[in-house]
Design a protein around this ligand. Structure first.
Ligand code: B12
Length: 221
């Protein structure tokens, strides 16, 4: 099985929600020396986009999405140690960067947020994950307690995205806005939207999130 055949089969297993096959094929990708980051970026994440399209076309309903998401996580768990091993070879930043991350109130999508966390930890950042459905108050408390450098907020639904602004307003009220960089993301979020809610940055994926986080803190020096 060559790379494109394997990606096709793995993508199909995820879409079908076949956990065992997804896991086996992820293992096979590693045996075949395929870069695990490439498998994540070019197979696992696009497979979830197809699942989303099927949901939009009413071909899929919530149970199908949920089992597809679980199959994706099974494959991801196989890839994670391999990705970590590669990341360890990269040099970690001189100063430890502290991040508070969470999916905003009203939103339970956490796969993307978990990936951002995973890549940030891999880059040597200290990440405090508040989970999903996080309120502005909980974000503020954690930022104060951890003396965070960066706040990362994730939202996947058009009705929960405006909550970014609620949290940022609260930061302003608390006099914390100048002390922290705010990054936002999630499939429907755009650069333009990030500007609108007065965040400092947006990143379209977990890989870019790490680079942009570093650049933001460099800028602020
Ligand atoms: C899986 C999924 C679910 C699962 C979530 C499981 C879980 N544990 O997360 C379940 C089944 C629970 C679910 C539920 C619902 N879902 Co849903 N779901 C999806 C689906 C198919 C995939 C999302 C996903 O995990 N993608 C893969 C990850 C890796 O991508 P990602 O999240 O975008 O993250 C990447 C980047 O965006 C970025 N990123 C993410 N966060 C952050 C944060 C920062 C700071 C940065 C820098 C970057 C960053 O990095 C990530 C990695 O590269 C999407 C469709 C889609 N294409 O997005 C719909 C989708 C998001 N869901 C949708 C909806 C409507 C719902 C429900 C409201 C349905 C309902 N009627 O009940 C509920 C939500 C209930 C709630 N209160 O939250 C809609 C939202 C529509 C909209 N625009 O508002 C979508 C777009 C489907 C659709 N096409 O209609 N869903």
């Amino acid at each position: 099985m060559d790379k494109s055949e394997l990606f096709k089969a793995l993508s199909e297993a995820i879409i079908k929600g076949d956990q065992n096959t997804a896991e086996e094929l992820a293992q096979k990708s590693i045996k075949n020396s395929i870069n695990p980051i490439e498998t994540l970026q070019n197979c696992l994440i696009p497979a979830m986009d197809i699942v989303g399209q099927k949901f939009e076309n009413q071909e899929f309903f919530l149970p199908e999405i949920l089992i597809a998401a679980r199959a994706m996580e099974h494959a991801l768990n196989v890839l994670k140690p391999e990705i970590e091993a590669r990341r360890k070879q990269e040099k970690s930043p001189e100063k430890e960067i502290t991040v508070v991350i969470g999916t905003v109130k009203g939103d339970i999508h956490d796969i993307g947020k978990n990936l951002v966390k995973f890549f940030m930890e891999g880059a040597g950042f200290k990440v405090f994950d508040l989970g999903k459905e996080v309120s502005a108050e909980t974000f503020i408390q954690a930022i104060k307690k951890r003396n965070a450098d960066i706040l990362c907020m994730s939202a996947l639904i058009s009705t929960t995205m405006p909550y970014f602004r609620t949290v940022i307003k609260k930061l302003e009220e608390e006099g914390l806005r100048d002390k922290i960089k705010v990054m936002v993301g999630g499939a429907p979020v755009t650069e333009e939207y990030a500007k609108k809610v007065k965040a400092d940055a947006y990143a379209e994926d977990a890989f870019k999130a790490v680079q942009i986080a570093r650049a933001l803190l460099e800028e602020g020096k």
